[in-house]
Ligand binder design. Structure first.
Ligand code: AHR
Length: 314
């Protein structure tokens, strides 16, 4: 049994029969950055999960740049880590570096976002929600809420990311069913609060101060929070004059919802470390691992917002 980083953990493993693999692993984690509250929670949750399992986690923050993620992956490979977690900022451009990891015998687990590669065996599994389904859920809620009649704007996530592509696709599928629902404007706010505010300001300017608009669909809560600020500064009431729906379920959106300034959010769990490390353990024990480990989250509405805010901001 290899005992790193903690001898105590190793002794515990030997004494209590815990998995030797889980106790001894070194895992590289290439994170996208810290663009949103959700991302920060995901980072904290994965670090905490690694620590709890006695895993040595080598963390790299890519500052939203794919080239930094590719460099980080190459460095993890050179260091001979046991496995890699990758939260890919965009979908394409990963074939070569994933092949290098595979050739080195290092399993790669995608966390939260997906990739488009020619050969799916280049990664072990993806631990992520179904972003298309999230978009459909958002669209269905809005259609029901507006009786299928609404001129709206859309704040997209990072260009080229699976989260933005799929959330747009799912939402668009529902819009196509309702001839009186129209996405008048759609632009990326890069999943940030500042981006959401800036793009919303330009939408409001271009749409007669927002007077004819019925709703905003934001691909994440942080952009919705930025949009709420822009709507208020334009003299309108977010959540009332314009309905607001977004995705993530971070504490701040529940605060805004409890204050009547937004209408709905769909939960994306940030706790992806547990299933990701379990998948690595399973693969190392020679077990079959599904190609997609799905995480699911419900839609939250104002009736539980105050309680959710309290529960999540502890
Ligand atoms: O990929 C998931 C998305 O990325 C989250 O919804 C968003 O907040 C984050 O930045």
């Amino acid at each position: 049994m290899r005992c790193k980083p903690s001898i105590l953990a190793c002794l515990l493993a030997a004494t209590f029969g815990l998995s030797a693999t889980a106790q001894a692993m070194t895992v590289g984690f290439s994170q996208i950055g810290s663009e949103s509250g959700w991302r920060t929670s995901e980072t904290e949750s994965i670090k905490a999960e690694a620590q709890q399992r006695g895993i040595e986690l080598k963390f790299s923050d890519a500052q939203q740049k794919q080239e930094n993620q590719i460099k980080a992956l190459r460095s993890f490979i050179a260091q001979g880590v046991d496995a890699i977690l990758l939260a890919p900022v965009v979908e394409t451009g990963w074939d070569q570096v994933l092949k290098e990891a595979k050739d080195a015998g290092i399993p790669v687990v995608l966390v939260d976002r997906g990739v488009k590669v020619k050969d799916e065996s280049l990664y072990l599994t993806k631990v992520a929600s179904d972003f298309v389904e999230e978009g459909r859920l958002a669209g269905s809620w809005l259609a029901a809420e507006t009786s299928g009649k609404c001129d709206l704007v859309e704040l997209q996530g990072t260009v080229g990311s699976s989260a933005a592509i799929d959330r747009k696709t799912g939402f668009g599928q529902v819009m196509d069913l309702f001839p009186r629902m129209h996405i008048l404007r759609s632009q990326s706010g890069d999943f940030t609060r500042a981006g959401g505010k800036m793009v919303m300001e330009s939408f409001l300017k271009a749409e007669n101060g927002g007077k004819g608009l019925c709703a905003v669909y934001a691909h994440n809560d942080d952009m919705a929070l930025g949009a709420i600020q822009a709507i208020k500064e334009a003299g309108l009431k977010p959540g009332k004059d314009l309905k607001v729906i977004s995705i993530d379920a971070v504490p701040d959106i529940f605060k805004a919802m409890a204050e009547g300034e937004t209408n709905a959010t769909i939960e994306l769990s940030p706790n992806l470390g547990g299933p990701a490390f379990d998948a690595i353990d399973a693969a190392k024990a020679g077990k079959e691992v599904p190609k997609w480990i799905k995480v699911q989250g419900p839609l939250y509405l104002p009736d539980t917002a105050a309680a959710e805010y309290q529960r999540r901001s502890k």
